[in-house]
Each structure stands twice: as C-alpha cells, then as structure tokens.
Design a protein around this ligand. Structure first.
Ligand code: NAD
Length: 297
C-alpha cells in the first residue's frame, strides 16, 4: 500500500503502547484513525493527539474478546468513514508474573486466548467481509510477538495465543491476496509499554495478587543450578518479569516500522534483531522430524 494519504485505519489497543504509536505514525502519513481500546480515557487521549496532527479520529470503547463489541466497532468505523483500508488487530494482554505451566490455571489460558487470539479473530470476522467488498488495496496487521515464532518458557498461554495469531495471519495472507489485501504479522520483542498492568483488566478473583502465583523466574534460577527442590517457592507475587519488559524498547519506535511494513507489504515486521539461532534450531529439528517406521520383514 504505497499511498497512505486519505486512508482509514482501525487499530485495537490503540490507547497505549505500540497501538498508540502505530496510530500516531499513520496519522502523520495522512491516515484517519478509529482508536479502539477497552480503556475509554486512553482512547480519547489518543483521538485528541491525532486531531492535533490534523487528521480525523474517533475513539470507540471496545472489548476485543467480545464479538458483539467488535461488531459494534465495525459499524461505527464504516458508519463514520464509509470504508476501512487498514485493520490493525493489536490489543493484547499477558499474565503477570510469568508462570510455569503447572501454575497456569484454566482461567489464565481462557483469558489470554480470549483477548489475544479471539480479539484478532473477532477483528477478522467483523471487518474482512466488508473490506473485501470495497474496491482498492487493503492491509491487515496482526500483532503477534516473538513468542509467536519461538518459545518463551514461563508464558505458555501467551505463546499459545501468539503462535496461533502467526499461523492465522500466514494463512489468510494467501487467501486474501487475490482480493488485494496485504497481511503483516507484527512480531515485537520486549517493549516498554503498559502490558505489565494487563491483569487490571481481569476479574479480581483471577488476578495473581489474589492467588499467590509464583513467578517462573524462581523455578528457572533453580533449574539453571540443577536444584530440583522447589519447596521454598510459593506464592511470591513478584514482578521479576517486569525488569525484562522495562528494559524493552520505546513503543514509539514501533509505529514507523509498521508504516514501512504496510507500504512495502512485508509479511513480517520484527521490532528487534531477528532471533536467528532460535528460529534455526526449531527449523532444523523440523527438517529432521520425519521418522518413517518400516515394518520388520
Ligand atoms: N510489550 C511487549 O514486550 C510485547 C511484546 C510482544 C508482543 N506484544 C503485543 O503487543 C500488543 C500491544 O501491547 P503493548 O505492549 O503496546 O501493551 P499496552 O498494554 O501498552 O497496550 C495494549 C492496549 O490494549 C488494550 N486492551 C487490553 N485488553 C483489551 C481488550 N480486551 N479489548 C480492547 N483493548 C484491550 C489495553 O487497554 C492497552 O491500551 C499486544 O498484543 C501484546 O501482546 C507486546
């Protein structure tokens, strides 16, 4: 999508972090923006920032885990602008602290997958049929994660949601190409955003603070020492993972990368140097994984 001026973008999770950065970068390129977020006030603030850049914007409170809410977002976007050229399914959450799979409850899996994966699915089902009926080129960006291509021990629910987003995006890229859609998977590494406060959006009873969930890093430290006695690890509600994310890159650097990826129709946009060794290790194991069993004569 070479020419961005006069386009309309819908961005979920646009009230903060990378979503806000993408909204502002696109506005600077002449794009009008529908700012969707579950945090109405954050969305309103970004709407004001976009208007200050001379573009039109509306803020729409949206819960991406709710299909009806995303349907309402589509109605408002098409109602106001008459078209949607760019759809960015970006809203997402993470469990904090990162936790071992044996400490990950069914509710943890459901919440993570409902927001992260179904958020993207709801965006696709609500917008793609209407965008297909629209003349001209279109673009979809789905925010996955480096956890959507390589493993992150301690965040299995998140990895499950993000690897699914990567596969979904790769698949629809092929399906939608003939309809003049480009599809980019955004694959961020650690970014210093508000994501660590994600649990604020969960029912209180499920939050780690009320359930004494140990941090995975406590186990990882012991594993590295070969210490298998975990009896002293219990309910330490620490934000050790916060350190890693706090050292992440500034979210404002991500918007311009995504604008580039949309313009060049890049299938992937990685915000950090590509984790080549981890990708290669997995690819190598996969290329060696066919073990046909021959029946004994
Ligand atoms: N920060 C990182 O290190 C990192 C790394 C890889 C991928 N990501 C992904 O990037 C995306 C953006 O995250 P961020 O880091 O900018 O975090 P952020 O918390 O700053 O922004 C996420 C936004 O999504 C909104 N949101 C959360 N749940 C929602 C829901 N149910 N409906 C609508 N909006 C909702 C939040 O209110 C927030 O404004 C997420 O999909 C996240 O998983 C983040």
């Amino acid at each position: 999508m070479r020419d961005l001026k006069g386009r309309v973008a819908v961005i979920t999770g646009a009230g903060s972090g990378m979503g806000r950065s993408m909204a502002l970068s696109l506005a600077r390129e002449g794009v009008d923006v529908v700012v969707a977020d579950i945090e109405s006030e954050w969305a309103e603030n970004v709407r004001t920032e976009i208007e200050a850049l001379g573009r039109e914007a509306i803020a729409v409170r949206t819960d991406v885990s709710d299909a009806a809410s995303v349907g309402g977002l589509a109605d408002q976007a098409f109602g106001r602008f008459g078209k949607v050229d760019i759809l960015i399914n970006n809203a997402g959450v993470t469990l904090v602290p990162f936790r071992a799979v044996w400490d990950t409850s069914l509710a943890d899996f459901q919440w993570t997958i409902n927001v992260n994966l179904f958020g993207v699915i709801h965006g696709i089902t609500a917008f793609v049929p209407r965008m297909r009926a629209q003349a001209g080129d279109k673009h979809i960006v789905n925010t996955s994660s480096l956890a959507g291509i390589v493993n992150v021990p301690g965040n299995a629910a998140y990895v499950a949601s993000k690897m699914a987003i990567t596969g979904l995006s790769d698949t629809i890229r092929e399906e939608l190409e003939a309809d003049d859609f480009g599809v980019t998977v955004l694959l961020p590494g650690f970014v210093h955003s508000n994501i660590l406060s994600s649990e604020r959006l969960r029912p209180e009873v499920d939050r780690a603070g009320n359930r004494s969930v140990p941090s995975y890093s406590d186990y990882a430290v012991k594993m590295a020492r070969g210490d298998t006695d975990n009896s002293d690890i219990a309910g330490a509600v620490t934000l050790k993972d916060a350190g890693t994310i706090a050292q992440g890159i500034d979210p404002d650097t991500v918007g311009p990368m995504v604008v580039h990826a949309i313009r060049e129709n890049e299938p992937y946009c990685i915000t950090h140097p590509s984790p080549v060794d981890a990708i290669r290790k997995r690819a190598d194991a996969l290329t060696r994984a066919y073990f046909p069993v021959t029946e004994p004569a």
